[in-house]
Design a protein around this ligand. Structure first.
Ligand code: HEC
Ligand code: HEC
Length: 214
């Protein structure tokens, strides 16, 4: 558990970086509403008309209600190829910093009903893992970082309403997709031991629980 407070301290350093704040302001003023709409229309062809995600053999994650800082971090990670996904690496490399900031703020106010799709029978076990962690495997409560209602905050992503198949894939492949530049460590390192420590059955249970939260 000692490493957790260290990692949280690292995030706080990132969050309070004044240079990043100044960039935010500069960026927000340089994207026209028309240019933003053209982009978000494009994003919605995959992520759903209300950002609700899409359930298919390649699940498209929900972006609705997602924390702007988390979205910006992920778009930058795709641009830098610290996070690998052929589709999103292509989408993101065309975005300039001003557009990344504008897109990051856009999805937060969308609020469609969750698509769900997890096993209802697993919800009670998933709730327990979410709220208490898995002490025997040294896994802290998810709620301690993602919030009691799984709505996230700042660099901690919202999980409420996220597609269960997407969560299963991401937590099963964490090491192969995230933090891919060892010289530039990022927030993905915080989730790495947690993703590793969960069994597939535990991931399915916790995914079933958060996916039905509004
Ligand atoms: C052609 C389909 C497609 C388009 C268009 C697309 N995305 Fe994606 N996006 C995906 C897929 C697939 C993933 C899941 C990647 C993965 O599994 O790691 C994803 C993941 C993401 C993520 C990470 C979400 C998370 O929870 O970590 C963000 C942020 C994102 N997309 C933003 C956007 C934005 C903004 C746009 C528009 C500029 C966009 N996407 C356009 C397919 C698309
Ligand atoms: C110590 C804090 C912490 C704890 C505890 C924690 N997480 Fe996370 N989690 C994070 C951070 C930070 C990220 C974002 C990583 C990044 O930006 O690359 C994240 C990302 C995720 C993602 C990826 C979201 C997406 O949209 O792709 C999932 C899924 C996730 N966590 C599930 C869980 C579950 C389930 C638990 C409990 C078993 C948990 N987390 C516990 C900090 C935590």
């Amino acid at each position: 558990m000692h490493s957790r407070s260290l990692l949280l301290a690292t995030i706080l350093v990132v969050l309070t970086n004044p240079a990043a704040r100044a960039e935010d302001k500069a960026a927000a003023s340089t994207v026209s509403p028309q240019a933003l709409k053209a982009k978000t229309d494009y994003c919605k062809t995959c992520h759903g008309i209300d950002g609700q995600g899409f359930r298919g053999s390649f699940p498209m994650p929900r972006l609705a209600g997602q924390q702007p800082e988390y979205i910006a971090n992920q778009l930058q990670a795709f641009i830098d190829r610290r996070r690998t996904n052929p589709v999103m690496n292509n989408v993101a490399h065309a975005l300039d910093p001003a557009m990344v900031k504008a897109l990051a703020g856009y999805f937060q106010n969308l609020n469609p009903k969750p698509l769900g799709g997890g096993s209802k029978a697993l919800v009670p076990e998933g709730k327990k893992i979410y709220e208490e962690g898995v002490p025997s495997a040294n896994i802290p409560p998810c709620a301690s970082c993602h919030g009691p209602e799984a709505k996230g905050a700042d660099a901690f992503p919202r999980l409420a309403g996220q597609l269960p198949d997407y969560i299963l894939r991401k937590l099963s492949n964490w090491d192969k997709e995230r933090g891919q530049n060892k010289d530039k460590p990022d927030n993905s390192a915080i989730m790495e031991p947690i993703a590793h420590g969960l069994t597939e059955a535990q991931i399915k249970a916790v995914a079933a629980y958060v996916s039905q939260l509004e």
